[in-house]
Write a protein that binds this ligand. Sequence first.
Ligand SMILES: Cc1cc2nc3c(=O)[nH]c(=O)nc-3n(C[C@H](O)[C@H](O)[C@H](O)COP(=O)(O)OP(=O)(O)OC[C@H]3O[C@@H](n4cnc5c(N)ncnc54)[C@H](O)[C@@H]3O)c2cc1C
Length: 351
Amino acid sequence: MSPWLETLSPDDRRVLNHSDVLASNCEVLVVGGGLLGLVTAYFLAERKVTVQVIAEEPRLGAGSEHGTGALWPSAFALRCPDVELHELAQQGRDQWAKFAVRPEFSFDWRVNGLLELSPLARDETAAERANRALDLGCSVTAVDAEQIAQLEPRVTTDWASRGGLHFPSEAQGHPVKSAVSLVRACRKRGVKLASGVSFTAVHHGDRIVGATTSVGELTFHSLAVTTHASSLLKLGMHPPPVTGTSVGFATSPQPPLLKVGLLADYPLVQLRSGDLVTSMPIDQPPRIPAGVFAELGSVEWTRIWSVAESVSTLPSLMPDAINAWLSHCGAEDEFLLAPALGRLLADKIRS
Ligand SMILES: Cc1cc2nc3c(=O)[nH]c(=O)nc-3n(C[C@H](O)[C@H](O)[C@H](O)COP(=O)(O)OP(=O)(O)OC[C@H]3O[C@@H](n4cnc5c(N)ncnc54)[C@H](O)[C@@H]3O)c2cc1C
């Protein structure tokens, strides 16, 4: 079981496991009950659109169970060449911050910041990397060993002596509780959410009017497909072009680390005991040098699972159909991007 699921209250579990009765017709059918589908449904419902969400898996939230909960647009900006996605990443974090202050949302939102230790064998110094981050619009300070020691006393001096970067506004959230909150918020706004229902075919023309699902036919005005790329291909739909690639790693179960995420070649680590997240370079995953944190040495790498997928793609119209939108999330940044992508998708559907 996902470590995130283990921390849910019985009430929260019920929220994810409950399936509403399917409405046979609606203005927008959202296929996919992961974070992207839920956020899209939420923003559509805010715009007074009637929405039916269907999800193949029995539990809503799906992929959020595996996320590491990082909301770090700066790390994203430094490794992703796409400026539009940088902006979406910033908007994504800011949107989660806005959700966090609403009473119906409760997902352990914390602005902890991110301390990134400078790469050892890189051709970029901490100051150069900080300048690049500043040019990309990130909030960042280059920090020396003394400042690192104040921020995170557990870092050994060998590593700290090379300096690092501190991104003070980076945040974290509980990905599954985010899904729970969105499900609650969607239902409150009248969205119907049916899990265990798979989408198998669309009734095609230049305008799609209906779909076949495992439990019957549905009709709608517009369609938003937010499943993974592989699901799109299975349905004969071509996913939008990919904007980048990445690799994610996480420990499961978690001790002694709370979590590890690997962004490009930077592992991002959160200790069970602390709030701080840090990263460092490695040559080849998963060869993380021992000694930065004592705890790292005792992680059993055989218990680490990994995923390598494309990163998020912007919503695009389905070829030959004027009312069907496709978007999908990839490996490790879509908890971050989901609110911005979902909002964009909702805007496009309404336009
Ligand atoms: C190891 C790991 C670490 C991660 N860490 C982070 C992180 O630190 N920060 C971050 O921002 N993100 C992170 N993520 C990414 C984030 O968790 C996921 O990208 C995000 O949850 C994906 O949401 P989604 O809605 O696109 O897809 P999913 O949650 O996978 O949802 C897809 C939905 O489509 C449904 N579906 C599929 N096919 C069909 C069909 N034919 N009919 C009906 N329904 C269908 C599924 O049932 C599901 O409901 C991480 C992911 C992984 C794997």
